[in-house]
Design a binder for this molecule. Structure first.
Ligand code: SF4
Length: 395
């Protein structure tokens, strides 16, 4: 669990922000930003961000996730996926403030991996992640009770995707599991299956697609080895026999952005662009991943395009801000990069971080006020860190 502290690091009762539904203050979907934000139309926002950053100098380090808007990413000291950014934050002990242009669970991970003296700021508290919200601490504790009743908890190792709350990471650490990213999911599963005997199984949280794709594509398991635990059904909607027979118990969560890509998107782009290579993120559905030419994390996607020959054509299945930037960057090298789907597919919560919020966060720091600090509670941090360190120690 984290506490998000607005102005002057004073705990403040947080009003709820409606992002399509009533928000839970503990939810990744966040809360209202109480700051005095500059108008989005203010003509001097770029200048103000630049001036504030210059005034702060080495005291501030700005991290930008690949899915951030261009207007924000231009101010990032480093760009990357969630894991790379958390490590970059940890590697900057001299920076007093880490401004995380990403979403809530990423800022939590940065807080866990940085020194206590460093303060992590999320420019808009409403920048959450719908996937992380799909597994709450209460639901996961209930699931563990179900596994215990079925007699399989003792032989189950939790593996949680980086895209989860600090509470879920702490659950994972407490129960002998590890965190994984889309880059190292196979290594994490290899490690987890090596923790016990032949009846060892994995509880994979919260993204069923990454879990299934890794198990079936990379580990040689079959779809029948996987069952889906639905937290909204009694007993997860599974019988004790099904739980005992499963090698992978997949949490019923998904990314609302990558979940939009379909088999039809793949067929359609192959018709429209003969010779196109389809390259998708492993958060996509299994049928999409199976129909693609290549699968990989955002870092893998970028590297693949960097190494691709001139004249090659690529349809990319990941968030649109990144795909647009890649299309612009590689057009100069005569590589055609298009978005896999026909319709818009931004991550709406990533897009919450905009220039007005960034300017407000930076100017507040210049004035000596730490706004929107993300701070993980010590007990949660202890076990979440344990799970993260197991990941860092993976071969
Ligand atoms: S792209 Fe998907 S997993 Fe990533 S922050 Fe957005 S909703 Fe969450």
């Amino acid at each position: 669990m984290t506490t998000a502290q607005p102005l002057d690091v004073q705990p403040t009762p947080l009003a709820l922000l409606l992002l399509g539904r009533e928000a839970d203050p503990k939810s990744e979907r966040g809360v209202e930003c109480p700051g005095d934000l500059p108008a989005p139309s203010a003509p001097d926002l770029v200048e103000r961000a630049r001036a504030a950053k210059e005034a702060l100098g080495d005291k501030v380090f700005v991290l930008g996730h690949h899915y951030q808007r261009d207007e924000v990413i231009q101010f990032a000291d480093v760009t990357g996926d969630s894991f790379k950014l958390a490590r970059e934050a940890a590697a900057r002990p001299g920076s007093e403030y880490i401004v995380f242009c990403g979403v809530h669970f990423m800022a939590e991970s940065a807080d866990i991996l940085t020194a206590d003296s460093q303060q992590v700021v999320l420019p808009d508290l409403a920048a959450g992640c719908s996937m992380a919200d799909m597994a709450t601490a209460e639901q996961v504790a209930e699931c563990w009770d179900v596994l215990t009743d079925a007699g399989v908890a003792g032989s189950t190792v939790p593996v949680s995707y980086m895209n989860s709350s600090a509470d879920i990471k702490a659950f994972t650490g407490r129960h002998g599991g590890t965190i994984c990213t889309s880059s190292n999911a196979k290594r994490a599963l290899d490690w987890a299956f090596g923790q016990g005997g032949p009846d060892t199984r994995v509880l994979f949280l919260p993204d069923q697609h990454l879990g299934r794709n890794t198990a079936v594509r990379d580990m040689g398991l079959s779809l029948d080895d996987c069952v889906v635990y639905n937290p909204h059904k009694p007993g997860g909607g599974l019988t004790a026999e099904e739980l005992r027979a499963a090698k992978m118990i997949l949490w019923r969560g998904h990314c609302s952005v990558h979940g939009r890509f379909s088999l039809e998107s793949v067929r359609d782009v192959r018709e429209r662009i003969p010779g196109v290579n389809v390259l998708v993120h492993p958060e996509c559905k299994h049928e999409v991943v199976s129909a693609a030419d290549q699968v990989g994390s955002t870092e893998h996607i970028i590297r693949t395009l960097e190494n691709a020959p001139a004249g090659s054509k690529w349809a990319i299945g990941t968030e649109l801000n990144l795909v647009r930037r890649l299309a612009n960057r590689f057009a100069a090298e005569d590589k055609e990069v298009v978005f896999l789907d026909k319709t818009v597919c931004f991550c709406s919560t990533m897009n919450r971080i905009d220039l007005p919020h960034l300017v407000w966060a930076l100017e507040s720091l210049v004035d000596g006020k730490v706004v929107n600090r993300i701070q993980v509670e010590p007990e949660t941090e202890k076990y979440a860190k344990l799970a993260l360190e197991r990941m860092l120690a993976l071969p």
